[in-house]
Each structure stands twice: as structure tokens, then as C-alpha cells.
Design a protein around this ligand. Structure first.
Ligand SMILES: C[S@@+](CC[C@H](N)C(=O)[O-])C[C@H]1O[C@@H](n2cnc3c(N)ncnc32)[C@H](O)[C@@H]1O
Length: 238
């Protein structure tokens, strides 16, 4: 297992993650398309809620953890989400954990959203999580934060270090160190596109999607300038 897969296999569901499960339960068809599913952190919660899940991932270490879930309602698809082919419609298309920020450029973001829109049921919704653009732009060289697990378990401390803003490329890069309650520290490299609300609305519009609602770090709170993350709900334009 790579360091990144080990980290995501260990990270708990967070307070804010209940949002995806509630949306998926209310969506038509009982079927979710999850893009960038990682080791299946959210996938397991969706399966636990009785949903059928198509989980798309491209990283080999993440894929082997996903396949190990071996669940009758889970279909694991090895693919670049930007190249996702035809398939059954989903009532909810989920882009969790800053997938859009991780993509290399605006063209890839357009392709992923176009693929997501093609697979979204006409009465369905698309939910996405992105890193707060103003948080990314103002990230100090070093800072700390804390993740609160949904089950009230021990929190995970996160230290951001060596943060740098590539002002022309509009990307923030940093090392994220996650410190778990037993003292284990696992690291991930942040390389995140700064996605402004204007760009996001533009790419959603180009994919035939319209924004239904926008939230801050923990829905239903409203988006604020200091939020680490935002959550956005969109739907196919009638
Ligand atoms: C930050 S991790 C989050 C994993 C999981 N969603 C979670 O919340 O635990 C982002 C995941 O997206 C995957 N990913 C990034 N770009 C992708 C792409 N173009 N197609 C498919 N998966 C991608 C990465 O391999 C990684 O597993």
C-alpha cells in the first residue's frame, strides 16, 4: 500500500460526510456514481445505507483497497474520471474530497464534469466538495487544523507545512501531516488548483449543469471566506 492509500484507508468519516449519504438516500434510482473513490471511505457509508455504488478510481493502490470491499452492490471501475465512458445513470454523482482541485488543469475539470453530467439522471443531482479558494490563496506557510470524526471518535490533527502559492498557475502546494490519536503520522502532498466560484459556475454551465445550493465546510452552513472546504449541489439544466 502507498503512503497515500494508507492515509485514506485510515481517515475516518467526518462530521461533514453525512451530507453525501443523506443526498444519496433522497436521490432517484438508489444508485450513486462516486468519482475518485480512493480506498472507499465514503463508499462504505453509501453501501451501508443500502445504495448501489459505482466507484471510479485510477490509482492502483486505492483500487486494490476498493476491490477488497467485495460488496454485491459495489462496482469498481478502473478509469480516469475525465475519460469515463457510457454506463447506467446515477441519481447522485459524487465528487468528494477535492477531486476537482486535484485535476491537472481546467480542461480536465471540464472533461470530468461533462462525463459526470452524461451519467447523471435528469432528475438526479451532482454533489461536489472543493477546497475553499480563498483559504488556498491565503494559506500561511505553516498552519494547523483538526478533523472531527462523525462517530465522535478521537480527532485527527493536521499540520500544513511548506505552503506555496503558484500565483500564475493558480495552484497551492504544501505537505499535509495527519497525526492520529495513537501518535501515527501519515503525510500527503497537497497540489490543489484554486477554483474560483466564477470558474466553477462556468465549467458546470458548460457541462449542462446548474448550481442548486452552495454550502461551507459543514453543510448546511453557508460558504465563508475562511472555509477550508465548500460543498456544492448542482443538477442537470432542464
Ligand atoms: C483526496 S483522495 C480522496 C479519496 C476518497 N474520495 C476519500 O474521500 O477518502 C482523491 C482520490 O481521487 C483519485 N483521483 C484523482 N484524479 C482522478 C481521476 N482523474 N480519475 C479517477 N480518480 C482520480 C485519487 O487517486 C484519490 O484516490
Amino acid at each position: 500500500m502507498t503512503d497515500r492509500a494508507e492515509l485514506y484507508a485510515r481517515l475516518p468519516l467526518l462530521e461533514s460526510d453525512g451530507w453525501w449519504v443523506e443526498l444519496a438516500r433522497a436521490a432517484p434510482l438508489g444508485r450513486v456514481l462516486e468519482l475518485g473513490a480512493g480506498t472507499g471511505r465514503l463508499t462504505r457509508a453509501l453501501l451501508g445505507a443500502g445504495l448501489e455504488v459505482e466507484a471510479v478510481e485510477q490509482d492502483p493502490a486505492m483500487l486494490s483497497a476498493l476491490r477488497a470491499l467485495d460488496h454485491p452492490r459495489l462496482q469498481v471501475v478502473e478509469a480516469d474520471a475525465a475519460e469515463l465512458g457510457e454506463g447506467p445513470a446515477a441519481g447522485l454523482v459524487a465528487l468528494p474530497a477535492a477531486l476537482l482541485n486535484e485535476l491537472p488543469d481546467a480542461a480536465a475539470r471540464r472533461r470530468v464534469l461533462a462525463a459526470a453530467a452524461r451519467r447523471c439522471h435528469p432528475q438526479g443531482q451532482l454533489a461536489l466538495h472543493l477546497l475553499g479558494p480563498w483559504w488556498l490563496v491565503r494559506l500561511p506557510t505553516r498552519s494547523t487544523g483538526r478533523l472531527h470524526p462523525a462517530d465522535g471518535g478521537p480527532s485527527v490533527d493536521v499540520t500544513v507545512s511548506g505552503a506555496e502559492l503558484d500565483a500564475w498557475g493558480a495552484r497551492s502546494r504544501a505537505t499535509l501531516s495527519y497525526c492520529f490519536a495513537d501518535g501515527t503520522v501519515l503525510r500527503d502532498q497537497l497540489d490543489a488548483a484554486v477554483i474560483s466560484p466564477t470558474e466553477l459556475c462556468g465549467v458546470l454551465d458548460a457541462a449542462g449543469l446548474e448550481v442548486v445550493e452552495r454550502y461551507g465546510s459543514v453543510p448546511p452552513a453557508r460558504p465563508c471566506i475562511d472555509d477550508v472546504a465548500w460543498h456544492v449541489l448542482a443538477r442537470p439544466r432542464p
